[in-house]
Design a protein around this ligand. Structure first.
Ligand SMILES: *[C@@H]1O[C@H](CO)[C@@H](O)[C@H](O)[C@H]1NC(C)=O
Ligand SMILES: *[C@@H]1O[C@H](CO)[C@@H](O)[C@H](O)[C@H]1NC(C)=O
Ligand SMILES: *[C@@H]1O[C@H](CO)[C@@H](O)[C@H](O)[C@H]1NC(C)=O
Length: 545
């Protein structure tokens, strides 16, 4: 149970002990990924029986010139046969007839590595965007079927003009967005650069409207002329020191060992089911935990792979323990931890159908394409109020968050929000963190000016970050200050520039954000004032509905 027992761990052993699905690999080979996306990587949908939901849920766009897809699979189980059935569907049979397979539509998953083809040529009789589904059911045991659904999106062109059909690049309207999407696919699937891509996309799209024009005074200007420019001075630091001694969350580490011991459970009580998110070394799984009374509950498990360094492991534990033993309906605190020699630690959190708020918001953004849910202003304000509630609680406990952002919140189907710790966020949302010369990877674009310049934190610096969260809520989690180089952030803020008012963001709400970004910490509102103010605005909204 000791921390130093972690120096050597083998994720493979841990996975084999814990997963429950069939022993199966299903992936796209190096050459297939290279052909589809132009990069050299294997892409696993199922690895050793663990399903990568994130990859599976991604709708992959298929260039119109590609007429077949190749999947590779293999059963890893010697004793047990794995029967499968496959069906394919096309949303527009006229443009693209039901895709055909070169393996039987039912049989046993081969015990040697096998590649099969799904052919999906366009008919050429009509132009249309076609959604293709490939559904593979694998029977693990009697009446226990894992259903894997692959979604693909293909643009078909009418065949009258053979040249346009073959060369997608000659059709500028499609080729641009298509290229952005191919890149986006790989990045999303590997979860390394996803955000950067969306960012690039929005940057290109919104560049003109969002870059602050030096002389503009229109409604989208980011220049807050009324804010005092030179309020960072020694006296305002003096006032930070006079505040009650807030322990910085991640510095309560002296009793870390004790707290871990208190929460420790045996590894055999934890089972991993599927990957929810994956970074270069961090992994978030959906899993289950059998408690002392023998009851099973769904949990979210944060852990790392064997690429993680000792430092990354200790950081995971330290940050994961930050919300230890806090009890508030708007805070997600750690439930259990499981540490065993030679394996990576598992941090268990209650599941409650939560999803990451940032990812949730970005899915809302796609609502035009028929995905998910559109948010009303009222819902946004309600979410903001819940975050305020959590922050008031934290501050009452004399804790500072220091990394408040939508990526560090979760949301459920009823839009209940919980603020959580930032364990693994640097790895899972790499474009939200930057190094400014030193070795510290910081959420530069969320930091208050004094935190950025002097690493000084206070309740008011959490208020600043809350302002950015409000901006994220109203832009459906766009990247803040996308056009600003992280190294220039401090100068940019000192010059009085701030985030622009999002399109469709009510003036009242933008005024609240702008107050949070006052140069001087004393001029920023307290969470108490924010609460009153947003509550009032919420009441106004409901009155008119
Ligand atoms: C299906 O087609 C692909 C490519 O033509 C080939 O590599 C593969 O061996 C085929 N699979 C079967 C089971 O025939
Ligand atoms: C696959 O399984 C799902 C649910 O388990 C079921 O609805 C569907 O009909 C199955 N499809 C095939 C091809 O067996
Ligand atoms: C499927 O099998 C796994 C383990 O083999 C088990 O945990 C799970 O509850 C089963 N699901 C159903 C629906 O029977």
């Amino acid at each position: 149970m000791k921390l130093n027992g972690l120096s050597c761990f083998v994720i493979a052993i841990l996975l084999q002990n814990n997963f429950t699905s069939a022993f199966l690999n299903l992936y796209l080979s190096l050459s297939e990924v290279q052909r589809l996306i132009g990069l050299v990587a294997e892409l696993y949908y199922v690895r050793n029986g663990v399903v990568n939901d994130y990859a599976l849920n991604y709708v992959v766009p298929i260039p119109s010139k590609i007429d077949a897809l190749y999947f590779t699979w293999e059963s890893l189980s010697n004793q047990q046969t794995l029967p499968y059935t496959i069906i394919t569907e096309s949303s527009n049979l006229q443009a693209l007839p039901t895709p055909k397979l070169n393996i039987s539509s039912s049989g046993n998953v081969p015990t040697t590595v096998q590649t099969f083809a799904v052919s999906l040529p366009c008919s050429g009789t009509v132009s249309a965007e076609v959604d293709i589904k490939i559904i593979i059911n694998v029977t693990i045991s009697r009446d226990n079927v894992t259903s894997l659904k692959f979604q693909r999106h293909k643009i078909c062109f009418e065949y009258e003009n053979a040249n346009t059909y073959v060369s997608i690049d000659s059709i500028p309207a499609y080729s641009n967005s298509a290229n952005i999407f191919y890149v986006a696919v790989l990045c999303a699937l590997l979860l390394i650069l996803t955000l950067a891509i969306f960012v690039a996309f929005y940057y290109v799209r919104d560049k003109k409207t969002r870059r602050p024009p030096e002389t503009s005074n229109g409604p989208t200007t980011t220049f807050l002329a009324s804010l005092p420019r030179n309020s960072i001075n020694t006296s305002s630091y003096g006032s930070f020191r006079r505040m009650p001694s807030y322990s910085l969350i991640d510095e309560r580490s002296k009793d870390l060992q004790e707290r871990i011991t208190e929460l420790t459970v045996q590894r055999c009580r934890v089972r991993l089911n599927s990957v929810i998110m994956e970074g270069t070394f961090g992994r978030i799984y959906e899993g289950s935990y059998t408690n002392e009374d023998g009851q099973e509950e769904l949990v979210v498990v944060k852990t790392v792979t064997d690429h993680a360094s000792q430092v990354q492991i200790s950081l995971l534990l330290q940050e994961g323990m930050a919300m230890y033993s806090l009890n508030n309906k708007n805070i997600l605190s750690i439930l259990r931890v499981s540490i065993e020699d030679h394996t990576a630690p598992f941090l268990l959190y209650p599941h409650n159908n939560n999803t990451n708020l940032k990812i949730f918001l970005q899915k809302c953004k796609l609502s035009a394409e028929g995905v998910s849910h559109t948010l009303t202003t009222q819902e946004v304000v309600d979410m903001a109020l819940q975050i305020i509630h959590a922050m008031q609680y934290l501050h009452k406990k004399h804790l500072l968050h220091k990394d408040l952002a939508t990526r560090n919140c979760v949301v459920d189907d009823q839009l209940h929000i919980k603020v959580t710790d930032n364990a693994l966020s640097r790895d899972l949302f790499p474009s939200d963190y930057h190094c400014l010369g030193d070795n510290e990877n910081r959420p530069v674009k969320w930091l208050a000016i004094e935190s950025l310049l002097h690493k000084s934190f206070s309740p008011s610096s959490d208020v600043w970050s809350f302002g950015v969260v409000l901006w994220e809520l109203t832009t459906l989690a766009q990247q803040p200050y996308i056009e600003i180089d992280p190294f220039e952030m401090a100068a940019y803020l000192k010059d009085g520039y701030r985030l622009a008012q999002p399109i469709n963001c009510p003036d009242e709400l933008f005024a609240v954000m702008a107050y949070c970004w006052a140069m001087s910490a004393e001029e920023r509102p307290s969470f108490m004032q924010l609460h009153v103010c947003l509550q009032e605005f919420y009441a106004q909204l409901t009155r008119y509905v």
